[in-house]
Design a protein around this ligand. Structure first.
Ligand SMILES: *[C@@H]1O[C@H](CO)[C@@H](O)[C@H](O)[C@H]1NC(C)=O
Ligand SMILES: *[C@@H]1O[C@H](CO)[C@@H](O)[C@H](O)[C@H]1NC(C)=O
Ligand SMILES: *[C@@H]1O[C@H](CO)[C@@H](O)[C@H](O)[C@H]1NC(C)=O
Length: 364
């Protein structure tokens, strides 16, 4: 780590030199690997259209601090059409991306209304999956809750159809995008639609391969809750445009260990290599909030949790809420795996720790 810290300013200086000299290095491939020149700390220098990745002050993902949530009674539930659509899963080399094309038949699109995006209406366009290196137990969610990272994160990204004609246009424009983040946790059964995506991912092992899912119900990827946390942020990949209203659902969906492992087969290269270059981990390091509000529609109930009450009820009721019982308890090792405590699944993983330290490293 020490060596890396010393080297990074030098690498940045070299890269800045290249950018000044050539105007851009847009050919340079971006990656999630910060040990490489194309990694997250360098995205903003690779292409002049991506400068928000470095300069932006409202970037994503962020840590959700349950003690800093503002209850906003004006936040309505989010309504997402429950339609079955055709969609295409694509290995971009960096991410698995499911694209739902705009349909000429309007009733075949998935509209999203209500919630923090309202009064605007949005149309779902992409579903992106983030994960870690599961063999090491690395977690790969982008957003963290109380600095706890989760096994994976599914993101539903929609564009504002009231203001813009397509995703590409909306992506760079004010109020352009609405992104719904769903945390994925481990359990003994995989969410049905996530299982379909997992199976399809086996057909897109290599970069630029694509496969069509004939009947996909995106609505099925959502947890059964209307509770969420919302904040204003950015895309978590280049160009990091600060056009995204983020919604982090309060409850996870589930995947089995075995199914999560399947996502780790995805590779960054177009062809099979003697030394495979895997896609994992594919999450961006945390960004600082810089005073942004974390609003929620979760009404905090300051009732004491009954010991050994039904865990599923507690999960639904408590969610992310600033649970005084929990924050009081969390420093005691014996309580760390307390099954009733919402989202207190495990202690901060070491990679998150390292990344947080890197965030505060002042290299520019
Ligand atoms: C989406 O549109 C593109 C471009 O028109 C097309 O190549 C692709 O096959 C379409 N995918 C689906 C799932 O309809
Ligand atoms: C989606 O919104 C469009 C335009 O507002 C509307 O015409 C269409 O019927 C909606 N689709 C569904 C499935 O409700
Ligand atoms: C998106 O809309 C813009 C503006 O109307 C247009 O110039 C562009 O070609 C469209 N892009 C796609 C991919 O349809």
């Amino acid at each position: 780590m020490g060596f890396f810290f010393k080297m990074k300013p030098l690498l940045l200086a070299i890269l800045a030199g290249i950018v000044l000299y050539t105007g851009a290095v847009s050919e340079y491939p971006w990656t999630f690997d910060n040990d490489l020149l194309g990694g997250p700390d360098f995205w903003g220098l690779l292409n002049k259209h991506w400068r928000m990745c470095t300069m932006g002050q409202m970037q994503s993902p962020v840590n959700i601090d349950p003690s800093k949530l503002f209850y906003d009674a004006g936040l309505s539930p989010i309504a997402i059409d429950n339609n079955v659509v055709e969609a295409e899963l694509h290995n971009t080399g960096q991410l698995p991306v499911l694209t739902i094309n705009d349909s000429l038949i309007l009733s075949k699109n998935i509209n999203i209304s209500g919630g923090p995006g309202s009064p605007y209406k949005y149309r779902l366009h992409k579903v992106i999956i983030h994960f870690g290196r599961t063999i090491d137990g690395e977690k790969g969610s982008e957003h963290t809750v109380d600095f706890v990272r989760f096994p994976a994160e599914v993101q539903l990204i929609a564009y504002n159809t009231d203001l813009y004609t397509n995703f590409t246009e909306a992506m760079t424009q004010p109020r352009g995008l609405l992104a719904i983040a769903v945390i994925v946790d481990i359990r003994d059964v995989t969410n049905t639609e996530l299982r379909k995506l997992t199976v399809a991912s086996q057909s897109v092992t290599y970069k630029d391969s694509k496969t069509i899912l004939k009947k996909f119900n995106v609505h099925g990827l959502l947890p059964k809750t209307t509770n969420y946390v919302t904040y204003e942020g950015s895309l978590t990949f280049p160009g990091c445009y600060e056009t995204v209203t983020w919604v982090i659902m309060n409850n996870p969906i589930y995947i089995t260990k075995e199914d999560l492992q399947i996502w780790n087969d995805l590779q960054q290269t177009e062809f099979k290599q003697p030394n495979p270059v895997f896609m994992f981990p594919n999450y961006r390091p945390l960004k600082t909030l810089n005073g942004r509000l974390l609003r929620t529609n979760i009404k905090v109930k300051y009732k004491r949790m009954a010991a050994h009450s039904c865990s599923s009820n507690v999960y639904l009721d408590m969610g992310y809420q600033a649970n005084p019982t929990r924050s009081h308890h969390k420093r005691h090792a014996s309580d760390e795996n307390e099954p009733n405590a919402a989202f207190s699944v495990e202690k901060l993983d070491t990679r998150a720790d390292i990344l947080n330290n890197m965030e505060s490293f002042d290299y520019l």
